[in-house]
Design a protein around this ligand. Sequence first.
Ligand code: RB5
Length: 147
Amino acid sequence: MKIAIGCDHAGPALKAEILAHLDEKGIEYTDFGIQEGEKVDYPEKAEEVCRKIADGSYDMGILICGTGVGMSMCANKVKGIRAACCSDYFSAKYTRAHNDANVLCIGARVLGAGLAAELVDVFIETPFEGGRHQRRIDKITDIENRN
Ligand code: RB5
């Protein structure tokens, strides 16, 4: 399991907490920045990180901005990305189980580090259920290919 993680200027502090959490759990990741004191517009970081997931270099991504919403909008423009902006445990679990989400977007101005770490854990640990859900994922891909 290799995670690609990135944020805009709203996210470095929460990103640091999540990286410490991933270190504790021994989960491999690459930090695509940015760091405290730097600035980037979230569309640039979302595209950079999501391209690395879409091309198979990483299994999953974590993107952090102020709300998580801007990152999720941009991430979902990249073919092959299914990004979910989550601020509750149930959504983070079922977007993996049913939507086979491959990017978790988190709002640094929405959540504290404790809940963010719980969402990261459940997102990483929950397998896609497949079965009838695969048919729906295929329909997402159809939309992507038609538009
Ligand atoms: C940046 O100030 C903020 O707009 C951004 O982090 C994010 O919340 C957008 O969705």
